[in-house]
Design a protein around this ligand. Sequence first.
Ligand SMILES: Cc1ncc(COP(=O)(O)O)c(C=O)c1O
Length: 393
Amino acid sequence: MIYSDHAATSFPKPPGVARAMNRHLDLLAVNPGRSGFDLALEAAAEVDRLRADLGRFFGNPAADPDRTVFTLNATSALNLAIGGLCRPGDHVVTTVLEHNSVLRPLHMLARTGLITFDLVPCDAAGFVDPAAVEARMSPQTRLVILNHASNVLGTIQPAAEVGEACRRRGITFLLDAAQTAGVLPVDMAALNVDALAFTGHKGLQGPTGTGGLVLGPGCEPRATVFGGTGVRSAEPAQPDLLPYRLEAGTQNAVGLAGLAAGLAWVIERGQETILAHERRLTRRFVAGCRGLPGVTVHGHQAGTEERHLAVVSVTLEGMDPEKAGMFLDQDAEIAVRTGLQCAPLAHEALGTAPEGTIRFSFGPGNTIEEIDAALAALAALAGRAEADQDRAE
Ligand SMILES: Cc1ncc(COP(=O)(O)O)c(C=O)c1O
């Protein structure tokens, strides 16, 4: 199989990930942070080491490991940030490029009358103008949320400029780094990010069920989930201390052991090396697609390579993306994601709603030969779509 769905989750994982998880299960699978015996302390120390490593990796100026809070994925991190930071009457600014893990919590809060929010449009190539984001900020704006890179088009958004505008106006800046973490350097200090939501199972090469929220200095979301923490158990209220305030319940310590191995692999290989490889693949794929009649590449204009990740959405004239995805899987064993990719407003902006696109997304393990095979499969599919159209006429 040619796996081209890295924007959904990375696969296969580096071999050290499974090894670390197996080691954890064999030797350390006790409840971290709940008991005082040696093994429980060692398990908790492993989780805490990862907090510190991730805080450093993301350039958190707070430099406090406890400000890395673990969640199940980016979705739960974004829900925690949105639910924990917004107060009645607040206004939020975000963009049409957001994933449903941002759009739906905002919709829910707005529907119950708690907040209002504005959606900043993108241009035809899938970029948001930072001046347009700033233009929507008002004295009521508590939070600005930006998708660091679109999971539909791979477009990298101007996070530094948006962060700078937020800092000037004292507005909290929440960055959704689901697509960028582990691929593109993300420096909270340089980008003026107050809260960074990441997922462990994509670019960071960890297993599913891992992710988190990294909190900069002074960013203090309220708890949105309540329960056991292993500290101050006699108190009826959730402890105010981080990370306990935001981490009720037993941690996915097995998954975090895998995430630590994924992170170590990314650091050892180097994000620049990974990104350069993925960009080489993307360049060849985009150029190849442009030469195929009936195939449209969305975005990825010449000269914008540095502003894209290895995520490419295409459509085929005369063939529904879902059907195309099925043929790619069945005839060529190529795994892609079709449809709206949980970002419906991005597709509305691009004019590809409601059917969406065929999304190819490349990872560190993909090869040039696989790109050529994908292009050959697309060419065959385009021919088939054309023949179908001729028959229909
Ligand atoms: C931009 C973006 N945000 C959030 C998410 C949600 O991530 P997770 O699957 O870890 O909840 C995704 C996943 O595809 C994404 O691409």
